[in-house]
Design a protein around this ligand. Structure first.
Ligand code: ATR
Length: 281
């Protein structure tokens, strides 16, 4: 009888010890009884290209990329799909049967799926979205919202040039506002997203006056530690619907798992609990 080879996958980052991805994929491997592994792989920035080149010979079915490797990975893979190309970053690599590397980006998918599950009535096409921040996460979210039919994206970042560059590179219905205007541009928003690190444990909260935000607007945050940031708490207390950021992390992992292990996994309350225990403990 031919020996079944264990499917090997991992996440590359620098540092990597805080990554929750092994916990997410480990839960699903166990849930589906799959004999596979998902490893945390510490890769220094100067070693990314070489590590990716060796994936096939090292027996990997693929990897996820996390900070700070997502942009470099785009240039290292053999094929990049349209989404990753537009975002300018790769977070998921699948090793093809011929050993070549296929790169995609599932962050925007994770963002939209999280909203679909947490706020099923929200439709991106309903109206303008205000996005705070212009880093890698913002790029994925802006592309996802445009592809989902958002009529206008109001983008605001402390460093305005960075928001302008994002807008120039991605294109579409993006309006760049000045940091001082961040409270006033909320007046017609149907969605408000914090994509900055502000509000994370050990970081200052996002300083944003929500008075102009319509009560019907949905508010979400990419920060998930704490699960309810000051932004989400303030929004909830004034009556806005809110969705926390943990679901984005969980949902972005689903397409990769399906490609490598052949099963489309679900985000269940049990998975959330399991991952939350990893954040707290
Ligand atoms: P990522 O790629 O994970 O999104 P990043 O590229 O470091 O991370 O982006 C972090 C975002 O948080 C940026 O929009 C950053 O604003 P700048 O472009 O002006 O740096 C924003 N950010 C971080 N600290 C901030 C602060 N104290 N005030 C306002 N924005 C801040």
């Amino acid at each position: 009888m031919a020996e079944q080879t264990k499917i090997r996958v991992g996440v590359m980052g620098w540092p990597i010890s805080h990554s929750l991805s092994p916990r997410v994929h480990g839960f699903w491997l166990n849930e589906h009884g799959i004999d596979g592994s998902y490893e945390a792989i510490a890769v220094k920035p100067e070693d990314v290209s070489q590590s990716l080149r060796r994936l096939s010979e090292d027996g990997f079915a693929g990897v996820n990329l996390t900070v700070p490797h997502k942009e470099v990975a785009l240039a290292c893979v053999d094929h990049v799909d349209a989404i990753a190309q537009r975002i300018g970053a790769v977070n998921t690599i699948v090793v093809q049967s011929d050993g070549t590397l296929q790169g995609t980006n599932t962050d925007g998918f994770g963002f939209l799926e999280n909203l679909k599950s947490g706020a099923p009535d929200y439709q991106p096409a309903q109206g303008p979205a205000v996005i705070i921040g212009a880093g890698g996460a913002a790029r994925a979210i802006v592309v996802a919202l445009i592809n989902a039919g958002a009529p206008e994206i109001k983008l605001v970042n402390r460093t305005r040039e960075r928001a302008q560059t994002l807008s120039d590179q991605i294109g579409g219905p993006i309006t760049v506002a000045a940091w001082d205007e961040r409270a006033t541009i909320l007046s017609e928003a149907t969605l408000l997203v914090n994509t900055t690190t502000l509000g994370m444990a050990n970081q200052p909260p996002l300083d944003l006056d929500l008075s102009a935000l319509p009560p019907s607007a949905l508010v979400t945050d990419i920060v998930y530690a704490p699960l309810e940031t000051e932004l989400l708490k303030t929004a909830r207390l004034r009556g806005n619907q809110t969705v926390d950021g943990l679901g984005m992390l969980l949902h972005q992992a689903r397409p990769g798992f399906e490609s490598w292990f052949g099963v489309r996994p679900e985000v269940s309350p049990a998975l959330r609990e399991h991952v939350l225990a990893g954040i707290i403990g």
